[in-house]
Design a binder for this molecule. Structure first.
Ligand code: BTN
Length: 323
């Protein structure tokens, strides 16, 4: 582990306490002069660190920047989020995650960026990803599941996002099929799952997550103002983004391990409990047709069941949904 990471971990383990230069140098296995140099570097990175003679160093405030070190400090997982590739500004984290995955990045690798200049949404739509206010990240997973089951991973991710939002903000989100997170009637988060597979073998999935964390109303362009919201707007508080990502990774790991062991049943019931869609009269448009009906629930595989005006039930695998 690098020395910066060790120092940040030590500060996180003892919040608001002074840690002596001697203790830090023992923990990190380096001289006190080296500790002092790294403290100076951390200050340049935006960390506010108090230094008091005879007492040592104390963390006053960490910068509101998503660094690999901040995400890894205090992260309680064994694989999800253990490798973080953090960027300032990139066109999109999705192709970077594909590149990393194809070069063998381990399962659970996270690619994150402060800003995306060409963020991608579903169905070729753009995803507004301004600097410093959101969580724009792509997670690499390598589940040993057959190809037709891969949409279940999107439903699983939506369940984990909804749970983490509720735990971290107290705001109650709803999942709009298949992969949008709503608060009230506005979208706060979206998921874009991309697949790399051969005939019937999944090589890896890149799960792209966009979360409007700390935007104010003025931060949204006019065309989004009436349909999008942020956690800050809804909860009235600024979100600690690094902490949110840690809790998301921990929740994801638990849910994912359970899914790989036990199957889809639990995800299905959690998804249905948090659904915005079930019980609503909706119109779905697929490439072949447009269907209207009431969303009844998911089947055992995660396919949406729609009941039309004549009482006939239809399975909806993938579609654009209107309410
Ligand atoms: C949607 O609702 O249409 C899905 C939006 C997914 C956005 C995320 S942000 C991180 C990752 N990188 C991208 O370019 N897109 C996804």
């Amino acid at each position: 582990m690098n020395i910066k990471q060790e120092i940040i971990n030590a500060f996180h383990a003892k919040p608001r306490e002074f840690i002596s230069g001697e203790e830090l140098s023992q923990t990190c296995g380096c001289s006190r002069t080296a500790i002092w140099k790294h403290i100076e570097e951390l200050r340049k990175d935006g960390y506010e660190i108090e230094a008091v003679r005879k007492s040592g160093y104390r963390l006053i405030a960490a910068p509101d920047r998503l660094s690999a070190e901040e995400i890894r400090a205090g992260l309680d997982t064994y694989r999800i989020g253990q490798v973080v590739m953090a960027h300032d500004s990139v066109p999109s984290t999705q192709p970077l995650a594909h590149e990393a995955a194809s070069k063998g990045a381990p399962e659970g690798t996270l690619v994150i960026a402060e800003q995306q200049t060409g963020g991608k949404g579903r169905l070729g739509r753009p995803w507004h990803s301004p600097s410093g206010t959101g969580i724009w990240m792509s997670l690499i997973v390598r589940p040993a599941i057959p190809l037709p089951k891969t949409p279940q991973m999107t439903l699983l991710t939506a369940v984990v996002l909804a749970k983490t939002i509720w735990e971290e903000t107290g705001v109650e989100p709803k999942i709009k099929w298949p992969n949008d997170i709503f608060i009230g009637d506005k979208k706060v988060s979206g998921i874009l799952t991309e697949l790399n597979a051969e005939s019937d073998r999944v090589n890896y999935l890149v799960i792209g997550i966009g979360l409007n964390a700390n935007m104010t109303r003025e931060d949204f362009p006019e065309e989004l103002a009436s349909i999008a919201t942020s956690l800050r707007i809804e909860s009235g508080k600024k979100l600690k983004r690094a902490r949110f990502i840690q809790r998301f990774c921990e929740n994801f790991e638990r849910e994912y391990d359970d899914y790989l062991r036990e199957g889809f049943e639990r995800v299905k019931s959690e998804w249905e409990q948090n659904s915005y869609t079930i019980g609503k009269w909706i119109t779905v448009s697929t490439i072949q047709q447009s269907l209207e009906g009431k969303a009844i629930g998911l089947d055992a595989e995660g396919v949406l069941i729609l009941e039309d005006a004549q009482g006939k039930r239809h399975k909806v695998y993938s579609a654009d949904v209107n309410y």
